[in-house]
Design a protein around this ligand. Structure first.
Ligand code: HEM
Length: 196
């Protein structure tokens, strides 16, 4: 497992990350709206034990989907229209870390602040800046939302480590809800003040 402190551009908990305008009360409301409960929190922690050494494999599977669809792949392309491999590799390390964070990090202010930052990094206000890349400045919101359908389904990665179907289902359900809450938070930097 990589030590998250050594991942370039991974600014979780750093003073470089601005405070989110979303409050912890807003977050609890959002979690409630998604039906995300304390039991889901615990299921996610159990999922972390299963997923931790599979996180890279998960990201590779999602990346393969992106690479296979030109409309998505182009957000990693340099001005010559070629994949920017350095950028892809740098982002991948943070994406793998996110899988672990999504299961284990307490949902506190630092977590909330980094959700805003992840959203921002998909928009012109933040994309490319962390890695000094020169790729298109935006991942369109509609694709961020639609791709949640791919990332939300992790049953194949949860299986095969001795958990029964009910337990796998609990972990899957918790992951799906947690993901939707995060994607809802990531949508904020895309929206007009007052409409989020
Ligand atoms: C629900 C779906 C998605 C999830 C869970 C997700 C997750 C992430 C995460 C965790 C990061 C790294 C954040 C960090 O810097 O710490 C990231 C960055 C990025 N994602 Fe996504 N993403 C999603 C959809 C997409 C889609 C559809 C694309 C389009 C190809 C995309 C392209 C990118 C790019 C280009 C970056 C790097 C942004 C930058 O810092 O320059 N993402 N994503």
């Amino acid at each position: 497992m990589s030590n998250s402190a050594t991942i370039p551009g991974y600014d979780y908990g750093s003073p470089r990350v601005p405070r989110s305008a979303v409050t912890l009360d807003d977050l609890r409301q959002l979690e409630q709206a998604a039906g995300f409960t304390e039991a889901d929190c615990q299921a996610l922690r159990r999922a972390a034990e299963v997923l931790s050494d599979r996180a890279e494999q998960m990201v590779d599977a999602w990346r393969a989907r992106i690479a296979a669809q030109p409309e998505l792949a182009r957000w990693f392309f340099d001005p010559q229209g070629r994949p920017d491999e350095e950028y892809k590799a740098a982002v991948k390390r943070r994406f793998v870390q996110w899988v672990r964070d999504a299961c284990t990090r307490p949902r506190d202010q630092a977590w909330l602040d980094y959700q805003e930052e992840i959203g921002r990094r998909h928009t012109p206000a933040g994309k490319n800046r962390t890695d000094g890349a020169n790729t298109p400045p935006l991942v369109s919101l509609r694709y961020l939302l639609a791709f949640a359908a791919v990332v939300s389904s992790i049953r194949p990665f949860l299986a095969g480590k001795g958990h029964g179907p009910e337990e796998v289902e609990a972990m899957q359900a918790a992951w799906g809800k947690a993901l939707l809450v995060q994607v809802a938070l990531w949508s904020r930097p895309y929206t007009q003040e007052g409409l989020w």
